[in-house]
Structures are given as C-alpha cells and as structure tokens.
Design a protein. Sequence first.
Length: 648
Amino acid sequence: MHKTLPLSVIICTYNRASFLKLVLESLDKQTLPKEEFEVIIIDDGSSDNTKEIVKSFYTFLPIKYFYQNNAGLASAKNHGIFAAQGKILLFLDDDDIATPTLLEEHLGTHRKYPDDYYAVLNFTKWAPHLTITPLMEFVTDIGSFLFSYPAIKSGDILDYTYFWGGRSSCKRTFLIEYGIFNPVFRFGCEDIELGYRLSLHGFKVVYNSRAVSQMIRPVTFDDFCQRLKKQGRSQYIFSTLHDDPGVHRWAEIIGAEETWHKIRSVYDAKIRSARELDKIANMKLKYNFEFDDLTMRLLHRAYWWAFKACKIKGTIEAKKESLEKAHVDQSEETLYSTVEPLPNENKHYTEAYVQKQREYQPQFVTAKISSCGDYRKYVSSMASEYLKREHYERSFLKDSKPFSVEGYCYICKKAVKFYVDYLYSYEIDGVLMPNWRERLACPHCGLNNRMRASIHLFKQLLHPSRESKIYISEQTTSLYQWFVSKYANVTGSEYLGKGTTHGKINARGIRNEDMTHLSFADNQFDFILSFDVFEHIPDFQKAFQECFRVLKHNGSLFFTVPFEVNSEKNIIRAVKKEKNNIEHLLPPEYHGDPLNSRGCLAFYCFGWEMLSQLRQIGFAHVHAHVYCSEEFGYLGGEQVVFVAGKDT
C-alpha cells in the first residue's frame, strides 16, 4: 500500500529541458519539507535531453519520471493524475519556477478550504531576470490575453473559468470521481473544459496571491499569434462539446464568423503592421527611448486587434475543418450506400475509386503472444500506453448516463458515434464502469465492440474468401446473421440439450450441436468460430479435439473465452460430478444465453495453460492476439482473441 502524500506537483513537458532544469531547481528550494510532496514529470515525447535533466535531480527531489509518445497536454496531465500519490495535485508549467513558499501556500489554502470541490489558483508573474517588453506587459496586465489577474483579488471565490492549468491545484479524489482532462485537447482549453464539467458538481476556485510562480520564458509577437490561433481552435472544440450559452460566450464563438468575414481581407496587412510596431517598440526599449502616449495607444490597439483576429482565425479554421470532415463523412455514407458505376468510359475509374474509398481505414495493430512469459515482457513495455488508455476511457464517465464515443466502424467503413450505456455495468473502486466489450454499438450496423472486433480480426488475421466453409457455434445472434450475409457457406448451431438429436434442426430452424460430439465428418471446415462458449463446457479439451477433427488441413480455430492474462494455469470455477451434480469451487458465475433466461454456468476462466493444451491436441501456430483501439472503438482495456491452426 503506497503512503498517501499531502501534495503531488505534476509537470508536463515537451522539449524544454533548459527551462525544466530551472523549474526543478526552484522545487528543490521549497519551504515545504520534501517528505510532504513528490514531483511527477510527464515527458510528452521530448527529443531533447529532458530525461537526463530529470535524472540529475533524483538525489535532490522525490521525483518520478514517465515518458509517453507525444499525445498532447490533456493526455499528459491525465497520465500525471493517475501516477500521483498526493491528496492535492498542483499542475505546474514547465516554464514556470516556484517561489520558495509556493507549495506551502497551496497546501495551506486547501486546509482552509478542505471540501473536495475547492481548487486553488496561484499568482504568476514574469521572472525578474527577464526584460519585460511592451508585448509581455500587454498580454498580462492590460489585454489579459495570457492571464487576467487585474480583475481578481486574493481570497476571491471564482468560477471554473479561473481553473488555469499551469498554476492551479485541486483534490485528486474530486478529479477521479467527477472527471479528468479530455484528450481531444492537445493545447489550450483542456483546463477550462474540465473546470466546466467539474462545475456541474460544485467546483470552485480560490485565488491566493501569496502563492507565486514566475514565468521564465519570454513571449514574442509571432509566437503569441500562433498561440492564440491554437487557443481559438481549442475554444471552437470546447463550444462543440457543450451546448451551453455560457460556454459559447466564454469561447467567443458567438459572432466569430461575421467578424471574420469583415476582417478577412485586411488580416494579413494588419498583422504585418502590428509586427512592425512591435519591432519599433522593442528597439525603443533596447536603446532606452521613452514611449509617448500616442505610440503606446497605437501599439496597444495594434496588439489588441492582432491577437483578437488570430484567435478568431483559429476558431474559423477549426470550424471549417470540422465541417469539411462532416461533409466527407456524409459523402462517404452516400457513396457506400449507392455504389453504382457511372456509364461509359468512366466506369472502370469510378469502380476503382469506390473500392479505394471502401478500403480506407485507420491502422489496426495487434500484439501476437505465445506464452505467459512473452505476455509479461509485452506488459512491461506498455505501462505508459495503459495509462493513456485508462485516462481516455475514464474521460467519458460523468454521470452514469448514456454517451457516445467517436470512432471508425470497420464494418460500415466510416466514422460514426458509437453508443454506450450502463447495461451490464460494474464498479471499480467505487466508479461505475460501462461494459465496454458488450456496448459501443455502431448506430448503423448495430454490432457492439466485441462483435465488430471479432469480424475485423477474423478477416485481418485469416483472410477468408467468400466461398470459405465456416462453422460458427452460435445461430441466434446478430453476429451470426452478419456472417451469413457475407459468406456463402456458413453453418451455425446452438446447444439445445439432449432433447434434440445432434446435427438435427428444430422447428425454429436452429441446428443442435454438442461441441464435444460434433455431428460433422472429418476435415469439413476452413474455419471454426466460437465466441465465449468453451468456458461453459466441462470437458473443454474434448471440444478442442472435435474442432481439430472437423477442420480441414490448414484450417483455423478462431475463438474467444474469458481469459486471465496474469495466470499461468486455467482457473476452475466449477466441476461436473456424477449424476450431473455440480461442485462450485468459486462463487457461481452465469453468462447470458439467448436460449436460456437463467444464463449459462461458467466452469472455467482460462489461463496461458490453454495454449499448451491446444498444442498437445495437435494444433500448430497457437497464439493469443491482444488488441485495443481508440480509433475503432475497441475499448475496455486490452481484449484477446485466439487462433489455433491445423497444419498439413
């Protein structure tokens, strides 16, 4: 059990090693004892010497370093949240140094406001060693484009729009319970958007001006223009996530298009003019020339216009891209639903184009694992990725209401919004989790996460033809219906019990098969597909033997079962005794059965031993394929499918 610390300082960084060194030096000089805090560094894919800089502080600070592939600020902050041990989380920018009492002041304010819904905002000013240019003064003290401290005073209780990410602290339990950062935000608005969601649960921000950090990175005109374009893009995304007039006002979306229409023709000229005025101002500063009132008014007016215009430009660009994407999605939907060649000489071109469009999709990669040892090596290399996935999934969990997740449906070959509700849900650490595997239904094909992934992997790993002979151990499901619609030689079945002869079809058209005594002749099928069936068969090895028998040479068994990835051995839940008596070794577990409302008893949860048992029967090329994909909507942590081939 890890000891809970009073405070964790979370610093997300990207290629700013020289600044980070100064930040860490300032944390080494805190009045708060080092045993009361830790420093969490999330390296968001840096290519400089960030890691070496962090290592040089291991003997001076209680520091932890985590590297992740570049995924943006929100993702990195989420990584920090889940890596932290502190009750209080302080988010500190990688270009802000802490004055000696910063951490102590944050903790003191939280003790004064102990309720979970209170956050604390500190004061940030320019570091004294910097030369404060007219632009730097303008963006903080006059135009408030960077900070807006002049409008508030110490002790104020503020709303979510003051949850400024690089200088705020909050209770970790509140974030874990009510929401973390939305990874869609790579830069800007990730803090305010989270603050908005938290405000629905009473979130407030207390301002403490005695807690001070200092910004050590100077700002230039061109850099700040680019920053505000990114900010405008993020504000547009924020406005699309929440249908709230207050959000739209804060994001400055209202009237943005009309304003851009008016200023578009003069935008480039005005930006050039403001840039020239900024250069003149910097020259005057360099040579100690005085600034007269007229020059300052013209300069401030130019800054104001340029920075407002840059933000609007970013907003309009983001909206345009969003609409273009929506148009492409709509066009693709029409294309896929009415695939008819144009007449005359364009026919071949059109068919080729349609086929190319159909084949477009994000990349989907699985991990091919052969043993428990291989899996443990794989897991050790995936720590950062696991955290990212968990953060992403938890970002959707708000109020136990249904929600949607954007992704790409492999079956429909287009971008969709997968539907998620809390049917079959369960709790983890007091948080209600949707059953990701059985939900995430596509609104077009209707197939859930598990079904879509099974089809995807079957085609990707085994490359069946339309004429392949397929046996699937289910017949009353939408997954079976999909296979029947796509392949010419599909046989399905259910287990109807001893009342129906094996291999016979009842009045409802359902074929009865016992997987331990299949009615098929030897070497009949190219593929056998079975999804969550073998765990319900007391003699599952006999069922594997039967599958081996009826498969053709070079055929494959493709299946899923409940699987404990950390267990070498199969876990036996129940044993069938004489006279059909059942001995339960673990609490009974029943899975859904389309033909039995009581469900079906699970005798096993399998471990890596199962792969060896398949090999002993005669299967070759036995592998687990581990997968997870945000793009395709295959969420819920890693899932596993198994492939066992029958060699000649």
